[in-house]
Design a binder for this molecule. Structure first.
Ligand code: SF4
Length: 319
């Protein structure tokens, strides 16, 4: 089916003094209704910049963003309704001076022609029920600071749903929450995609939560997408050495780590590169234990493999 939201060859460069930060390079991504894509990478990999490009905080330097196949230009109002971004910090994104009710009523009124007080109330109650903040009376008249982090994040999600979006972009939506409630939040996101057919982009540094929630995984490194495909395949048999590293450094007691762990000595891997002057060729080459001569000079092209998998790595060129 046609993707709801697509990025095609999208780049974002920011000026930094006399230099340029190449925060995102040539990113291509498609979000389908009812499916969850995890965008995985460490901090500084460009994933937040990509989320903001998709949320249209700023236009791309190069490339296209398409909503239901239509090229998006400028800042069309409907776009900000259809594509909602949820941030890491639920406290920062709610107005602390207003009660939950007001925060939700405002969002409802912005996008619906609500005629009566009763209808407004009904919609607010419905929203709170959908994010499982029940009994509603217990939450609706609270101020954000009177709620726990998880409850606040539910209010943020309810507010995003108030405008009946087609796409939710969650930028590390659970990483500031208490460990004990992270799973509940992931289950809530999962329910929304099933019930509402939302397309979800789940941005995380944590491959374990991506493994739990998503259908497809896309891995970013140093501003570039380096591998993608169905979750099970990417995790069982990562094609790119960096994806192997990510998976090996994520705790999973059920997995046998012996073969791949031998490839990496995590201590020696060092830091991700600067995006001002990224390494030539493959950006991962300074950290890659199997780098070849070609990797130092030429950027690996995208290699497509059967089953919807793809990667950018010279190792795959002769598969
Ligand atoms: Fe390693 Fe070369 Fe593949 Fe880059 S292209 S990940 S340096 S083998």
């Amino acid at each position: 089916s046609q993707p709801v939201l697509e990025a095609r060859g999208v780049s974002k460069h920011f000026p930094a003094g006399r230099s340029t930060v190449r925060a995102v390079e040539d990113a291509t991504l498609a979000l389908q209704p009812g499916r969850i894509v995890a965008l995985v990478g460490e901090s500084g990999s460009g994933k937040t910049t990509l989320a903001r490009l998709l949320a249209r905080f700023y236009p791309p330097t190069e490339g296209e963003i398409r909503l239901r196949g239509e090229l998006v230009k400028g800042s069309p109002r409907a776009y900000y309704r259809d594509v909602q971004l949820i941030f890491q910090d639920p406290f920062g994104s709610l107005n602390p001076l207003h009660r939950v009710r007001y925060n939700l009523e405002r969002a409802v009124k912005l996008h619906h022609d609500v005629r009566t007080k009763e209808e407004l109330e009904r919609r607010v109650v419905e929203l709170l029920e959908r994010v499982s903040l029940t009994p509603v009376e217990q939450y609706v008249d609270k101020f954000p600071h009177e709620l726990s982090g998880g409850q606040r994040q539910r209010v943020v999600i309810a507010r995003a749903l108030a405008v009946e979006p087609k796409v939710l972009l969650g930028d590390e939506p659970i990483s500031m929450l208490d460990v004990s409630i992270r799973l509940e939040m992931l289950n809530l996101l999962d329910r929304l995609r099933t019930e509402d057919g939302l397309a979800l982009l789940y941005i995380t540094h944590d491959i374990a939560s991506a493994r739990y929630l998503c259908d497809d995984i896309v891995v970013m490194y140093a501003g570039q997408m380096i591998e993608g495909g169905p979750k099970e395949d990417v995790i069982a048999d990562p094609l790119h050495p960096y994806t192997q590293l990510l998976i090996d450094s994520s705790p999973d007691p059920e997995r046998d780590r012996t073969d791949r762990a031998a490839l990496f000595d995590a201590e020696d891997l060092g830091e991700p590169p600067s995006l001002i002057d990224p390494p030539a060729g493959c950006r991962f080459h300074p950290r890659c234990p199997v780098a070849m001569d070609v990797c130092r000079t030429e950027a690996p092209p995208r290699t497509e493999l059967p089953g919807g998998r793809w990667t950018h790595c010279w190792l795959q060129e002769d598969r």
